[in-house]
Design a protein around this ligand. Sequence first.
Ligand code: PMP
Length: 501
Amino acid sequence: IKEQMSKVETIKLRNRHVGKSCQLFYKSDPLKIVRGQGQYMFDETGTRYLDCINNVAHVGHCHPRVVQAGAEQMATLSTNNRFLHDELVRCAQTLADKMPGNLSVCFLVNSGSEANDLALRLAKTHTKQKDVITLDHAYHGHLSSVMDISPYKFNQPGGEPKPDHVHVAAPPDVYRGKYNKFNTKGQDLGKLYAQEVTDIIQKLREQGKGVSAFIAESLQSCGGQIIPPDGYLQTVYDEVRKAGGVCIADEVQVGFGRVGSHYWAFDMLGVVPDIVTVAKPMGNGHPVGAVVTTPEIAESFAATGVSYFNTYGGNPVSCAIANAVMQVIEDEHLQENALKVGNYLLKECTDMIYEFDCVGDVRGSGLFLGIELVKGGDKRQPATEEAHWVVNRMKDVHKILVSSDGPNDNVIKLKPPMVFNIENAEEFLLGFRECLSLLQKQGSRANGVTQTSIICNLPSSKIHEKQDHLINDPDKQQVLNYSQIVSTSFVYKSKLFGRSP
Ligand code: PMP
């Protein structure tokens, strides 16, 4: 075992030798994670963090069956996909079997960015068009081609300008979007948002242009965990196809059972794409991705005569790992778990809309949830600073990792490993409720909170009882900023005292 550096030394070397633009979680006080297991991560001091953000560790960090499959294959053979290999064809077959319609041809790649880049190439060769429709705030990867279709990046200050062949439609956000449940009472939001895409197609037609592709995450993640309104995606897919374009579903974040009710998020929305891209959860942390499409589209690509080769895409190790991940999802009923735990979280968090002024909207499906923090009388002003404060306090005090996202960075995002259980959900809710209680008490002035901790050993049921009592009793409001946190052994052992300033 290599000797571990001090955290200070790691930071020093990173600052010296790693590009400054490389993202780091909790920038002002970054975490040094040295080990992961299931839904937990451990830092260099052995402190346990409950992981609510790593959707990549889909079946749990370092799942033994996935580790074993990778290690065994690595010890046997790791080479490129120009040789026949059973793990490769088995992986392609399993993916195809999971897809509806005639989505039956796979290309194995190494990442979500590569998958989306290839999807755009497939669309372009099949349709012989180059104009692409994407959604505002979308993120589809870091390669030049997919940065071009990612307003999440090109809208940032300093981002490259939007290329002419890319057309941006409003994302179907029914809470904060252009059309929402406040300003369009009684109207069909699905139709209104779909019309945005139809209008783009019409404008292209007037310029004598067609459509190559419409690309969207089935549920937009970086956009703020968006659940599109009924009928939206069906209408858009119909219109795009009528215009000769193909529909690409980016399932890089939301695929493989995360949404609970279905294996793929597009299935939940009642559409069948022409091209599907998958990655992140597929390798549980190992780089592997895929593009799945129809025989017709794959044939158009082959007909160009230009062969496709990707040195690492589809190598036996990646495929063995992906096969193990897909098998574990089945064997451990993780999709069902996502539905059960996700429904519980959704219900509990939705109740918070009435409990806390700063909770504006709660949405999601399975273990893909967003909690929009707001302020102001109308509960619509984005509470961005407060969201950042909550993210940091959840880490510092409760040892729970959550993140924020969305156009205003005020949506608390939950996308934990799929082994996240009801006990974990309760642990999250307890910590989160404590943070929101503090915000409520301080009228959203989230600064200068002090804490001292004392040990107590209350079972979780008692803490809930106590907390309900405190929350419901106005005379006890000053003790609302007491919090309880959970120890590594699941025993509630610390009670944090703090008086808001
Ligand atoms: N699509 C979506 C929806 C993503 O969230 C991401 C990564 N965050 C990508 C594509 C790119 O994947 P990768 O980082 O594996 O290249």
